[in-house]
Write a protein that binds this ligand. Structure first.
Ligand SMILES: *C/C=C(C)/C=C/C=C(C)/C=C/C1=C(C)CCCC1(C)C
Length: 271
């Protein structure tokens, strides 16, 4: 009986959450003071939706962190960092879009986008590494190989989109790096440990493999639509915004779900 804490906030995560939301709200107000979303701006709406999703996901992962088994907490922290960093950049990206839209034509927030990816993709690789470590398949070398491949993928994408290098060859190089990452997860050492791991870990591993294959595939499609002779800037940005939401928010939710599964299983095993 007595007081029930509905969100199961520990004192520590409660304080962290209060601190973070205050900081985020301050940054958000600064970033949001200039342009407004116009009624006919569909792409702009997708920027706003992605921003809100990143914010809500960050708050959720921080609050839930204290309710999962200790071995999953670092994964929850990394999931919150991924959406938190993205939230920060989205407040600026939606501004950049809305301002150029108000001047006549929305422009891709290219540099902001790639700065965000340059931080969040390695963070996700770290998240993958944690899952691989849980299935007993992680070595430091594997982490550096995945990290290196993700950098090649992003740098070639940036050079192509920014016009510093030919678009199609850069797309091809980026895709080769991405295929390599998929190979490691589907066919490399990573797969071996997965069958003997706990149910939650197996779920997280499958979710990761699907995110890397299906979720990440949205990006090269967006790149392809947004470059070439008839670039479609609207489509590129809608696809990138959708992809970010799936790969950052949905993936974090799957990690949370896996963590919850394991936490319940170990709680009932103890009874
Ligand atoms: C949170 C942000 C994420 C998960 C961003 C992922 C970005 C990619 C998977 C980008 C992939 C690309 C290629 C596979 C080819 C070259 C063009 C890119 C950079 C769009």
């Amino acid at each position: 009986m007595g007081y029930k804490n509905p969100l199961k906030l520990t004192r520590q995560s409660g304080a962290m959450f209060a601190l973070l939301t205050t900081a985020l709200a301050m940054i958000g107000t600064v970033a949001a003071e200039t342009s407004l979303l116009r009624e006919d701006d569909t792409v702009g709406a997708s920027f706003w939706i992605a921003t809100a999703m990143m914010f809500a996901a960050t708050a959720f992962f921080i609050m839930e962190r204290g309710s999962v088994a200790p071995k999953w907490r670092t994964s929850m922290t990394v999931a919150a960092l991924v959406t938190g960093v993205a939230w920060y950049h989205y407040t600026y990206m939606r501004e950049a879009w809305a301002q150029t839209y108000a001047l006549g034509a929305g422009q891709s927030p290219l540099v902001l986008r790639y700065v965000d990816w340059l931080i969040t993709v390695p963070l996700q690789v770290a998240e993958f590494y944690l899952i691989l470590a849980a299935v007993g398949a992680a070595t430091a070398m594997l982490f550096w190989r995945l990290f290196g491949a993700s950098l090649i993928m992003l740098i070639s994408g940036y050079l192509g989109e920014a016009g510093h290098a030919p678009e199609m060859p850069m797309l091809v190089i980026g895709c080769i790096a991405w295929f390599y990452i998929m190979y490691e997860v589907w066919a490399g050492d990573a797969k071996k440990g997965a069958d003997t791991a706990s149910e939650g870990t197996q779920f997280a591993f499958r979710a990761m493999a699907i995110i890397l294959t299906v979720g990440w595939a949205i990006y090269p499609i967006g790149y392809f639509m947004g470059t070439g002779d008839n670039p479609n800037v609207d489509f590129l940005n809608i696809l990138y915004n959708l992809a970010d939401s799936v790969n950052k928010v949905a993936f974090g939710l799957m990690v949370w779900y896996a963590a919850t599964m394991d936490t319940k299983a170990s709680a009932s095993a103890e009874e």
